[in-house]
Design a protein around this ligand. Structure first.
Ligand code: SF4
Length: 222
């Protein structure tokens, strides 16, 4: 049976292969929890902000350090598809498994594309913060390459975090641009592992770092 994957569903594979198996094979999804809406709101206004600079053929102030080196991807229609959570950049393998991911933005350097993702957080970036997003960027790059586009072997994360409340009540944000090395081999091995887990006859063991399976077993015996 072919499957449909996104970077967020594949991140479940990393968290716990058993939950991933239950989600795709048995249709048992984790209960949803309240999700802060600030990152989605920031994403929306940042896209509009970047697009206004794209339409003028310029880079926004937070990308000035890349001035003369890159430009914003200028095919607005195609970018709208790639940004759409229900479409995104898609690739189907020989067995009909669909992999897709919705990007935030794309930079262009000559013929090559560079993925740019926005991240909103409450605090300054720590040493290990950016590494959490390696898989996501690797997957986007593999999908673009499978669609026939050349991509650079690096991408960017643009972090936004609160700086201060100004005298007029507006909240100012700091920005930090982090350059990330890309490994499409890593993305390929994530796809391979996902299919191995789902095609196995038995579910994998529960994650050692999550206590919920054990907790469920213990309340069943009450
Ligand atoms: S250990 Fe946690 S994450 Fe894994 S299957 Fe059980 S509840 Fe899901």
């Amino acid at each position: 049976m072919p499957f449909k994957f996104s970077p967020s569903s594949l991140s479940l594979l990393k968290e716990c292969p058993r939950c991933f198996w239950l989600h795709f094979v048995k249709g048992v999804k984790r209960p949803s929890t309240p999700f802060p809406s600030l990152p989605a709101g920031m994403d929306r206004i940042l896209k509009a902000h970047f697009d206004s600079f794209r339409d003028k053929g310029e880079l926004p102030p937070e990308l000035q350090q890349l001035n003369g080196e890159v430009r914003l991807f200028d095919d607005a229609e195609l970018l709208a598809v790639w940004r759409n959570n229900l479409k995104g950049v898609q690739w189907t393998d020989d067995n009909g498994n669909l992999f897709r991911g919705a990007v935030d933005n794309i930079l262009q350097k000559g013929k090559k594309l560079i993925v740019l993702d926005y991240k909103t957080r409450g605090y300054p970036v720590k040493e290990d913060t950016a590494a959490h997003y390696n898989d996501q960027l690797d997957i986007y790059n593999l999908l673009l390459r499978e669609n026939g586009y050349e991509t650079e072997d690096y991408g960017y994360l643009m972090f936004y975090y609160p700086k201060e409340v100004e005298a007029d009540g507006d909240v100012a944000f700091n920005t930090e641009l982090v350059k990330m090395k890309i490994s499409v081999k890593n993305a390929e091995s994530i796809f391979k592992k996902a299919l191995e887990v789902l095609n196995a006859p038995m579910p994998p063991e529960p994650s050692q770092e999550c206590g919920f399976c054990e907790w469920c077993d213990s309340i069943k015996s009450l």
